[in-house]
Design a protein around this ligand. Structure first.
Ligand code: NAD
Ligand code: DAU
Length: 354
């Protein structure tokens, strides 16, 4: 079968990557989508069960840091577009193990860039290296600061955000130095189905269901800006096809929440959907030692993306959170497969050591 494009999506077995793979496989049957993933603790092929047999989909298990394998992959599949999501993504893990973050996020990105440069060999026509980054590279806002724009100075604080900032700089360096067609986007916090339950929303939904404590870091006053994951995938589609090469776009839904407020929404939604009386699970809120270097507030200004490419979120938060809670409650088997076994041990140890 011949395809019009061969697109490499890295990290496609993870949370956001699985939504991007699903969207591209279903929407573009004439593209060959090659999902490259190492399947770390965060990678889960169960996230892609519904599309795994599609004729335009191929899964490759490999490590982006393995340069020889990346070169062979670019040549073998004649890759002409890259959407790079593979990364270590959890801030708490980066505080415990920064080397793994530098290896994957910095050296892994560099390995992919160099493999693309070698394969494309200066023929940039029809090629694109699109790097998915985060708002955390901009640092932390105070409550009265204006939102992060594309020109906000980088000021990362955690080992995770420092590694992502470094990878962003390498991508731009390949554009500026070698002329590689690149794009970088910086998105705010995503929520939705298939998120690994170490992150706030799925962790808390699952804990409420099991009557376990909800560990709120510090006073719960930190602010995050939440976007439904499918809207992020839609933005990636628009930017991949119509974004200005060499440019940067912020992605966000103008949807800021204090942690404690979003936690109360999650508790009341889970209780309602489980048929519990209002307030049943409120007592699970447990204030714990704050995350080291915990950024106070993130908030994304995505007006450029709206003005230039017409993208905006399709879901209001109330609808998105309802769908999300319902999805996790309806997919307890997906959750149980993750939370039994090794992950559970890791989680217990992490909280014992806090
Ligand atoms: P995730 O942790 O759920 O998934 C990461 C995926 O990358 C996993 O499937 C994992 O197996 C894979 N991976 C890790 N190391 C690899 C390696 N060395 N080689 C190949 N594959 C490897 O992460 P996510 O939340 O889906 O985030 C995806 C990307 O989006 C990341 O680059 C992250 O920085 C960025 N991002 C995330 C958010 C968010 O809210 N989750 C927001 C903005 C940007
Ligand atoms: O802003 C984008 C980033 O959002 C992405 O780049 C990261 O990959 C992603 O993990 C996410 O980072 P956060 O650190 O903001 O997400 P997390 O879900 O870990 O935490 C959200 C907020 O909730 C944060 O202020 C810390 C707090 N928190 C988190 C956990 C897991 C708690 O209070 N208790 C918890 O148990």
């Amino acid at each position: 079968m011949s395809f019009s494009r061969n697109i490499l999506i890295t990290g496609g077995a993870g949370f956001i990557g699985s939504h991007v793979v699903r969207l591209f496989v279903n929407k573009y049957p004439d593209y060959h989508i090659i999902n490259l993933d190492k399947l770390t603790y965060a990678g889960n092929l169960a996230n892609l069960k519904d599309i795994e047999d599609k004729p335009n989909y191929t899964f490759v298990r490999a490590d982006i840091c393995d340069f020889d394998t990346m070169c062979a992959l670019f040549a073998g599949h004649r890759i002409d577009g890259v959407i790079h999501l593979a990364a270590e993504s959890h801030v708490d893990r980066s505080i415990k193990d920064p080397f793994t973050f530098a290896r994957t996020n910095v050296m892994g990105t560099l390995s992919l860039l160099q493999a693309a440069k070698r394969a494309w060999n200066g023929d940039w026509e029809g090629k694109l290296f699109y790097h998915i980054s985060t708002d955390e590279v901009y640092g932390a806002l105070q409550f009265d600061d204006t939102l992060f724009t594309e020109t906000t100075k980088y000021d990362p604080h955690s080992p995770y955000s420092a590694s992502k900032a470094s990878s962003d700089h390498f991508v731009r360096a390949y554009h500026d130095t070698y002329g590689m067609p690149t794009l970088v986007t910086n998105c705010s916090n995503n929520y939705g189905p298939y998120q690994f339950p170490e992150k706030l929303i799925p962790l808390f939904i699952n804990n409420i269901r099991h009557g376990k404590p909800l560990p709120v870091y510090g006073k719960g006053e930190n602010v995050r800006d939440w976007l439904y994951v499918v809207d992020h995938a839609r933005a990636i589609d628009v930017i991949f096809h119509r974004g200005k090469v060499g440019d940067t776009y912020n992605i966000g839904g103008f949807n800021e929440w204090k942690n404690i407020d979003i936690i109360k929404v999650i508790i009341s939604t889970v209780d309602r959907l489980l048929g519990n009386a209002p307030g049943t699970s409120d007592h699970l809120i447990t204030y714990v030692t704050d995350r080291a270097g915990h950024d106070l507030r993130y908030a994304i200004d995505s007006r450029k993306l709206k003005a230039e490419l017409g993208w905006g979120p399709s879901l209001q938060f109330e609808e998105g959170i309802e769908k999300t809670v319902k999805w996790y409650l309806d997919h307890q088997d997906w959750m149980d497969n993750i939370t039994s076994g090794e992950y559970e041990k890791y989680y217990e140890e992490m909280y014992r050591n806090r």
